[in-house]
Ligand binder design. Structure first.
Ligand SMILES: Cc1cc2nc3c(=O)[nH]c(=O)nc-3n(C[C@H](O)[C@H](O)[C@H](O)COP(=O)(O)OP(=O)(O)OC[C@H]3O[C@@H](n4cnc5c(N)ncnc54)[C@H](O)[C@@H]3O)c2cc1C
Length: 386
């Protein structure tokens, strides 16, 4: 497919050159071994891509969410999986927007240089799931520390991060006027925490996505690691979630283009009944429809990123971009596996790996149903359903 000119072409070319050093066999090998692609993530870090959103004063590139989303898209478009590193981008936006000057001075230059990684965010809990404000992990102030108790699940990249953003309840639910109040965000130094009140148990899962169950048993966090004001953490996390949804939309767009390129070239070449299978409209139309939907989702992704970068409320666009892009990449994935016939199931074609990877985004970081209920309630003014 001929790449369309856009204002990020130079950046895309540099990313494509880097990603080309890590071909399909590299990602396939890590998928089979369920191992973390350390060399790939190190190369992205060294080239400065994972510090894209850190201001220049702190040693980063000072780019916006738009550019960060191009980094994620290109990783997935190359056949890789940005799920190994996207945490750094959206966690960064929480620290940048709500961290104190002291926190930014302490952490940002070291994150920009690659000495520290901010890859993890701990929100989800096993018993409360999507009902975030009911989460049960507590952080109780004791002098100059907070003491944390509770449990989290599906917390990714903990083994490849130095810092983690943690959402915990600091005021009991029964004592707040609104359930979104009384939650606070902390920066947890993982090197200090693991083995000293925090236990990490990996969860083997369908994709090669390093993710874990966490247990907190009187974990102590210095009070200066509170991000922003105590009790306002839910709002800070929501800001970060809009960045996360936009970035993941871009990853799905990258996946969508990968599937369409792959299936287009395969169906042009594969001869069955004495002609290329791509000559049949029954084959062409699902691929063409998926392409149309990826292109449309891409427009919404850029609109969400533009609004985020302009400091405007982008909740609606970020949610819609995530839904449209996740659906489009899943549609493209289905066309791709279908028209590869049996070969779609062979690991060496990479289709089944990417198929598994893109399926995640129907559920995480927010399910399609919850986006639809957000649109119904917050945009269309329909009654709240839960
Ligand atoms: C590989 C992986 C990595 C992850 N990484 C992280 C991470 O790093 N940090 C983190 O905090 N979390 C992480 N998550 C968690 C992820 O965000 C949650 O799985 C997701 O938000 C869904 O929550 P849940 O699993 O508790 O599902 P539940 O809340 O139990 O919901 C299950 C399903 O029920 C449906 N549903 C629920 N409520 C409603 C409703 N009101 N209306 C209609 N349908 C509804 C939805 O379809 C939903 O998919 C990860 C998950 C996975 C699988």
């Amino acid at each position: 497919m001929i790449p369309k000119p856009d204002s990020h072409q130079e950046m895309r070319e540099a990313l494509r050159a880097l990603c080309a050093e890590f071909p399909a066999e590299y990602h396939r090998k890590h998928d089979a071994a369920a191992s973390y692609p350390v060399e790939f993530i190190d190369a992205l870090t060294k080239a400065g891509w994972l510090a894209a959103m850190i201001p220049e004063d702190y040693g980063g590139s000072g780019l916006g969410l738009t550019e960060a989303s191009v980094v994620m898209e290109e990783i997935n478009r190359s056949g890789g999986n940005a799920g190994h590193c996207h945490g750094q981008m959206y966690n960064m936006s929480t620290l940048l927007k709500h961290g104190s000057k002291a926190q930014k001075d302490l952490y940002l230059p070291r994150i920009a240089s690659g000495d520290l990684r901010l890859q993890s965010m701990a929100v989800t809990e096993p018993t409360t799931g999507t009902d975030t404000t009911k989460l049960k992990t507590t952080a109780v102030r004791k002098g100059d520390r907070y003491v944390v108790n509770g449990q989290k699940v599906w917390i990714s990249r903990v083994q490849h991060s130095d810092l983690m953003i943690l959402l915990a309840r600091t005021t009991p639910l029964a004592e707040v006027k609104r359930k979104s109040e009384g939650l606070s965000v902390f920066l947890v130094n993982l090197r200090d925490a693991i083995g000293n009140g925090m236990t990490v148990t990996p969860i083997r899962n369908m994709v090669n996505h390093e993710t874990n169950e966490l247990f907190f048993d009187n974990l102590e966090i210095p009070a200066e690691n509170l991000v922003g004001e105590e009790g306002k953490g839910f709002r800070y996390i929501l800001d970060g979630l809009n960045a996360e949804r936009t970035l993941i939309a871009a990853e799905c767009i990258g996946d969508g283009y990968w599937f369409i390129d792959k299936v287009s070239s395969y169906t042009r070449e594969r001869i069955v009944f004495d002609r290329p299978i791509g000559q049949n409209q029954g084959v062409q139309f699902p691929i063409a429809r998926a392409y149309v939907n990826v292109e449309a989702a891409n427009l919404m992704r850029f609109e969400a990123a533009r609004k985020f970068d302009a400091g405007e409320d982008c909740g609606a666009e970020a949610n819609m971009a995530k839904l449209l892009a996740a659906d489009a990449s899943w549609e493209a994935a289905n066309a791709c596996i279908q028209f590869h016939g049996g070969f779609g199931f062979a690991a060496e074609y990479d289709v089944e790996r990417k198929f598994r990877e893109t399926r995640l985004y129907q559920v995480a970081p927010i399910s399609t149903n919850l986006i639809l209920s957000y649109v119904a309630e917050h945009i269309l003014g329909l009654p709240r359903s839960f």
